[in-house]
Design a protein around this ligand. Structure first.
Ligand code: SF4
Ligand code: SF4
Length: 472
């Protein structure tokens, strides 16, 4: 997005958290406070409560969400998705991405500021502990520069210990979403060597979370997060993001006595409190930047300043480039319309796939190289291979029956029983036998029903070959 005023664009050539020699500049954001921050605290409490309670919530005895990539087993809202459902999962993923894109085009990075676990944990948990133990930005800076004495050792030590404990809690929760809460309880209740891979997994996750929240911090959003990098292609001039009202604020001028104040001075008094409050170290007055996670800290900081100098709030606010320029918010634009149409189509397709999804995955084909066989009593028989997969959590006893030929019969080769446990596969061979008199052509479509406990749960079609039928 272009710069709004005459200040140089040079800030775009550097990252606020890296100096000219490439060394990290540690950010000491001022402790946030204000109405937006209070709202974010409420949202954080709700979202983190959901996150930590999620692994314990079950639907019909199954977890609300399980993403077991190791066993390729996924449970979403109590519904199981197995490897055979990957197409469905892929559609679900694409739908989710289109939803995120649409949401971003319309509302910018609301997700980053209000719901992203990285921001929630860093700004609302880890930094809060830091403020509590080390004090506000200036005190933290001083403590870091101070020589190591007992106070510094105590403060730094206790902070890192709490960080580590919270990282442990997060890693156990993440593992519970990956392998299930029972498995995690099993790992922690056994000696490490009994379940070494699980134990090492927990250790690795703890280490990663601790490193990210204690040291890497805003760099995850600024330099790593792919969603953050996508902002430059997703945002449009109508997107609602955290914006500095340059028309109202410029030319910025230090606050002076009334007599010295120039009449053309804007509302920004260049106090830089918005910059000091920013956890990614940027100056939002330069315009929309990739580093901005829309955390609203600068909005609160500036509102407080505006109060003090008796000017209206909202010099930095949720707005769009167009809205600031023209005074009109235009949420609906061509891009939003385009993405909305795609999203509706995808949701429709996904719903259709979910509704028509059966409990059993069926794959039946004629045995290669076979035609038909004439049996005694003028009966024709065809031979088929079949594969059945039970996609539910419960064991199922299945039975096959021809639906569209009254005198047809199915004979399974070997055992007549098809008993399948959850996600178990059955491979077998079966004959379909039909009286010749019932066949109207050399190739008939046979509709076969799959029954579980005498309930028809699915059906499939196969081709049945027979001799030439002489017309009378
Ligand atoms: S906090 Fe507000 S007044 Fe102060 S520098 Fe930032 S935009 Fe200007
Ligand atoms: S510019 Fe404002 S909203 Fe953006 S990250 Fe910095 S403080 Fe948060």
């Amino acid at each position: 997005m272009e710069n709004h005023y005459e200040y140089e664009e040079e800030y775009r050539n550097t990252i606020a958290t890296v100096d000219e020699s490439g060394k990290r500049i540690w950010v000491y954001p001022k402790k946030p406070k204000g109405k937006y921050h209070n709202k974010r605290i409420i949202v954080t409490v709700i979202l983190l409560s959901l996150l930590f309670s999620g692994p314990f919530i079950t639907i019909d005895g199954q977890p609300l969400l399980l993403l077991n990539i190791f066993e390729r087993k996924f449970i979403i809202f109590g519904q199981a998705f197995w490897p055979q459902d990957f197409f469905l999962l892929a559609v679900l993923l694409v739908t989710f991405f289109v939803f995120v894109i649409l949401f971003t085009v319309a509302f910018g990075r609301v997700w980053c500021g209000w719901a992203c676990p990285q921001t929630l944990f860093l700004e609302m948990v880890f930094r809060k502990i830091e403020y509590l133990i080390e004090g506000d930005a200036n005190k933290q800076r001083k403590l870091n520069q101070a020589p190591w004495n007992s106070t510094k050792i105590f403060k730094k030590g206790s902070k890192q210990l709490i960080f580590l404990l919270i990282s442990l809690l997060i890693s156990h929760t993440v593992m519970a979403y990956l392998i299930g809460v029972d498995q995690v309880i099993e790992i922690v209740s056994q000696p490490p060597l009994e379940n070494l891979s699980g134990f090492l997994g927990l250790l690795a996750f703890t280490g990663i979370f601790y490193w990210v929240f204690a040291f890497f911090r805003e760099q995850a959003c600024v330099a790593v997060c792919p969603y953050g990098r996508l902002q430059s292609v997703l945002l449009v001039k109508e997107s609602i993001v955290v914006m500095y009202d340059w028309i109202r604020g410029e030319p910025r001028d230090k606050i002076k006595k009334k007599a010295e104040q120039t009449s053309e001075a804007g509302d920004c008094i260049d106090c830089k409190l918005c910059v000091h409050a920013c956890p990614t170290g940027i100056d939002i007055r330069n315009g929309t930047q990739l580093e901005c996670v829309n955390c609203t800290a600068c909005m609160d900081a500036c509102d407080e300043v505006m109060h003090k100098v008796d000017r209206p709030e909202g010099l930095i606010r949720y707005s769009s480039h167009t809205a600031i320029e023209t005074g009109q918010t235009k949420l609906f634009n061509a891009r939003v319309a385009g993405y909305a149409v795609i999203l509706v189509a995808l949701i429709g397709f996904l719903l259709f796939m979910l509704i028509s999804r059966s409990d059993v995955d069926i794959n039946a084909l004629k045995v290669p190289g076979t035609l038909y066989e004439k049996l005694a009593g003028d009966t024709i028989s065809n031979l088929y291979n079949i594969q059945l997969i039970n996609k539910t959590f419960d064991p199922k006893e299945l039975r096959l029956s021809v639906l569209n030929f009254e005198h047809a019969s199915i004979e399974q080769v070997g055992s007549s029983q098809i008993l399948l446990n959850s996600n178990e596969k059955f491979s077998g061979t079966f004959f379909i036998k039909i009286p010749k008199a019932d066949l109207a052509s050399t190739k008939s479509k046979i509709d076969i029903g799959v029954y579980a406990d005498d309930e028809l749960i699915s059906d499939f079609k196969v081709s049945f070959l027979g001799p030439v039928v002489l017309k009378k």
